[in-house]
Design a protein around this ligand. Structure first.
Ligand SMILES: *Cc1c(COP(=O)(O)O)cnc(C)c1O
Length: 352
């Protein structure tokens, strides 16, 4: 990477995603010091502690630690559905775009992608998508929504909006799974309790490897009955995780030390959005949380990514005409302030 830089003294920043954070020295110490056991035999004490903390914060009976959020989402889909049914899911969601058609391959369900009339799927979009009962129509088995919504630019669904989606789904007899990989950000941005958001779904996935800065990990929360089934599905998807407390310790560290600083990421995202909005005719999607999307007047995202990289700023191409930047733990405000001019330069040069 260094070889690409024009000046070796220039500050570097990687804001392609909030998954690029590296565990801090203190987080690594917590991992090294974790009390562990064989989670498949007698249970791992640190993993149990993490699961209790998460279940309590989200106001659900139980939680189960997963190596990834993708696997937790897939376990949730599997446990709620039956093969040969359909599930309603936001057309631009992680489940549709990034989970390798797992819902079809593993749970045997069909995805019904619902496109939101505004930026993300809402209750009215769902209500319009539900099929009226008929002997010829197929059965639905689940609704999934995402909060915050990644692809739309970290968009928050407020508590009221979330409740409306949940209400319309339950009225149709459908359980609800919330992909809350960044639910922490939604809660921080709106001063809403995590448990209130979680009450809008039967199961919730939360991620530890995004804003909380853990190396990997997610949890699925829900009723004791749902989590008992998720445990078996997790095993079928890949097995048990023996001394998983080493990883759970990182997640606990993130919950105890990094959750409180998410508002800083949101502030940094607002700063960055303001700095790049309008450059070369590009338009920023005003960020609700830590994700900044920039829509380009021409499909030159790759050129901007390459030029920004050469200038020391790593961003990603979300589509040929959309750039994505995400603020995080390792991209503090000072660094954003110091490097934003180089991103501005890369955009201006590529669009001129
Ligand atoms: C990152 C992410 C996931 C998947 O989490 P992994 O731990 O990377 O598998 C799922 N949903 C959303 C919205 C995400 O941003």
């Amino acid at each position: 990477m260094t070889a690409l830089h024009d000046h070796s003294t220039r500050p570097l920043i990687d804001i392609r995603s909030d998954t690029v954070t590296k565990p801090t020295a203190a987080m690594r110490r917590a991992m090294a010091d974790a009390d562990v056991g064989d989670d498949v035999l007698d249970g791992d004490p640190t993993t149990r502690r993490l699961e209790s903390m998460v279940a309590e914060r989200l106001g659900k009976e139980q939680a189960l630690f997963f190596p990834t959020g993708t696997m937790a989402n897939q376990a949730a889909i599997w446990l709620h559905t039956r093969p040969g049914t359909e599930i309603f899911v936001d057309a631009e969601s992680h489940i549709v775009h990034w989970e390798m058609a797992g819902a079809s391959a593993l749970a045997g369900v069909q995805l019904y992608p619902v496109r939101g009339a505004t930026r993300v799927m809402r209750a009215t979009d769902l209500a319009a998508a539900f099929r009226p009962f008929s002997a010829q129509g197929m059965d639905a088995s689940l609704v999934c929504y995402e909060n915050t919504h990644n692809g739309a630019g970290g968009v928050v669904s407020s508590l009221e909006t979330s409740r409306a989606m949940c209400d319309v789904s339950r009225a149709a007899g459908l359980p609800v799974h919330l992909d809350g990989a960044r639910l922490w950000n939604a809660a921080a941005a709106t001063a809403t309790a995590l448990a209130d958001f979680a009450s809008c779904a039967d199961t919730v996935m939360v991620s530890f490897s995004k804003g909380l800065g853990a190396p990997v990990g997610a949890a699925l929360v829900g009723s004791a009955e749902h989590i008992a089934r998720a445990y078996k599905i997790r095993k079928r998807l890949g097995g048990g995780m023996r001394q998983s407390g080493v990883l759970a310790a990182a997640a606990i560290y993130g919950l105890e030390h990094h959750l409180v600083r998410l508002a800083d990421d949101h502030e940094a995202a607002r700063y960055l959005a303001k700095a790049i909005d309008g450059v070369g005719g590009a338009t920023v999607v005003q960020p609700d949380t830590n994700i900044v999307m920039l829509d380009l007047p021409s499909p030159c995202a790759d050129a901007i990514v390459a030029r920004a990289h050469a200038l020391g700023v790593r961003v990603s191409a979300w589509t040929p005409s959309r750039i994505r930047a995400v603020t995080h733990l390792d991209a503090p405000m000072e660094l954003i302030v110091a490097t934003a001019p180089f991103l501005v330069q890369a955009i201006a040069e590529s669009l001129s």
